[in-house]
Design a protein. Structure first.
Length: 501
């Protein structure tokens, strides 16, 4: 089936009444929770993951995708109106978006953010449709050694590109792998790391880790810093940007889209670094760099476009290779596995309705973002005045109900609390969560492919370097480690991450 035939199938799935409803609910809920400062896509998806357990796979992924880019867009609203980003990738939007709001141009800033996100999202979706099938065909040639080396490279890239030392990142990844291996060994039947706790015999549920490590830890952190937020704009008027704003924005949107699409595919880079890179690039090519930081509309358009493009293209390695490029994509990968679907190159042939329906729903979801959010700006503004201490009890109760409903087990609720404390400790120690989550997701698959490769080669470790593709992945991993321990490169990486965060 050609591209147009596949897209026709996808739109047929996406335009069904149930899936349109799931997309609408996902976008609305994502924006609703994403508007709350400090609650980005990662926490939002972790909180709402239990809502998708009883849904069909297509509806579940369409709803989660809607939550994902709905929360991503909601973060820009708080950045512009309150100078407090709803998520880390919206930090750069604060610089000029908040200044535009103080100058009475909040409507233009919000509209440019919506238009830029819509254009970038559409282009990112086209890239998924174009490059997903060839990457899938390439991945079908992979065997156990290639998959092991690919997953190892993804873990090392993620561990190397986060804040802090390479050893710290690799340590977090290995810790995640260890937690992922809890439970019964599928080959020998032996129990591992269970400490004689019966509830751990089947391993730790991904939803338990997600809600504890992100939602509970984030709640603890936000309570530590809760304060009344000053909203400069109580009533947003003149949502239509001026012709001059559009003229200055269109180039920034296209350049930001290109930068975001590139960084979205890379493991460990993602939306935060892409939005910062787009902002810095736009400032360098601008004819009026002195305007940046004073309310330059390009300073809103470029990072918002990069943010949304990265969110879309991150689905390429996640769906076609089974390799999540970020912690949020790891949650999406976990959601697929909860639905009983193994991500990877077979997903396009075994589940074409899910793959192409998800792609088609992205166009619909990005259109809904524009249609829904601009008229609801007044509601979002009023929500920003709600003290966080009034919100967290409801979030905790809903999270605990969702966790308990997985297996009707109080052990899962206690484990989520444990992971919440662990996540908070890691947060205080400035340990990034992305390597841990990727390690938890990829750990069992990493072990399975390693053991399969060793079994097929009769215990010869040379099998990992005798194949050119596998050797290439291992070479890239080695080069990345060497580069990141080089003092000059390490200093530049830490400086870039500190400025983007």
């Amino acid at each position: 089936m050609d591209l147009f035939g596949n897209l026709s199938l996808g739109f047929g799935v996406a335009f069904s009444f149930d899936n349109l409803l799931f997309c609408f609910v996902g976008v609305t809920l994502g924006t609703f929770i994403g508007v709350l400062p400090g609650v980005g896509p990662l926490v939002t998806i972790a909180l709402l993951l239990p809502l998708t357990f009883s849904l069909p796979p297509e509806g579940a992924m369409i709803m989660l995708a809607g939550i994902y880019y709905g929360a991503a867009y909601g973060g820009s609203t708080t950045a512009i109106l309150v100078n407090l980003p709803g998520e880390s990738s919206s930090v750069v939007t604060c610089i000029d978006g908040y200044q535009m709001a103080r100058q009475g141009r909040a409507g233009s800033a919000l509209a440019i953010a919506a238009v830029g996100s819509f254009i970038a999202g559409c282009i990112g979706t086209i890239l998924i449709a174009l490059f997903g099938p060839p990457i899938t065909r390439l991945a079908l040639q992979f065997g156990a050694p290639e998959y092991f080396s690919l997953m190892l490279m993804a873990l090392i890239l993620t561990a190397s590109l986060v804040r802090g030392s390479v050893l710290q990142g690799i340590g977090m990844a290995l810790l995640g792998v260890m937690f992922g291996l809890i439970g019964m060994d599928v080959n020998s039947g032996a129990l591992r790391y269970t400490f004689n706790i019966t509830g751990l015999a089947d391993g730790v549920e991904f939803a338990v880790v997600a809600m504890g490590f992100f939602a509970f830890a984030e709640i603890i952190s936000n309570l530590e810093h809760d304060r009344q937020r000053e909203v400069f704009v109580n009533k947003v008027s003149s949502l239509m940007p001026t012709r001059e704003d559009m003229r200055r924005s269109i180039g920034a949107i296209l350049r930001g889209t290109g930068i975001g699409a590139f960084f979205g595919i890379l493991p460990g880079a993602g939306q935060t670094i892409s939005s910062f890179a787009a902002y810095m690039f736009e400032k360098k090519v601008s004819r009026r760099p002195e305007a940046f930081g004073q309310g330059a509309v390009e300073g809103v358009a470029a990072p918002e476009a990069a943010n949304n493009a990265a969110a879309q293209t991150a689905f390429i390695p996640t769906l076609t290779l089974g390799i999540p490029g970020s912690a949020t994509m790891a949650l999406m990968l976990g959601a697929l596995m909860i639905q009983g679907i193994a991500p990877g190159p077979q997903i396009m042939t075994d589940h074409p309705r899910l793959f192409w329906g998800l792609i088609a729903s992205m166009w619909i979801g990005n259109a809904l973002l524009v249609v829904l959010n601009l008229p609801l700006i007044g509601l979002w503004t009023r929500m920003l005045k709600i003290p966080y201490r009034w919100l967290y009890p409801g979030i905790l109760v809903l999270s605990c109900i969702g966790i308990f409903s997985i297996n009707n087990s109080t052990t899962d609720v206690l484990l989520a609390a444990l992971f919440g404390v662990l996540g908070y400790v890691f947060m205080k120690l400035s340990c990034e969560p992305a390597p841990f989550v990727l390690g938890f997701i990829l750990g069992p698959m990493l072990e399975e492919n390693f053991r399969r490769a060793m079994l097929l080669s009769r215990g010869d470790p040379g099998t990992f370097i005798s194949n050119p593709i596998s050797a290439g992945f291992l070479l890239v991993s080695a080069v990345v480690i060497v580069a990141m321990i080089t003092p000059s490169i390490r200093r530049k990486k830490d400086l870039a991450i500190d400025e983007s965060a």
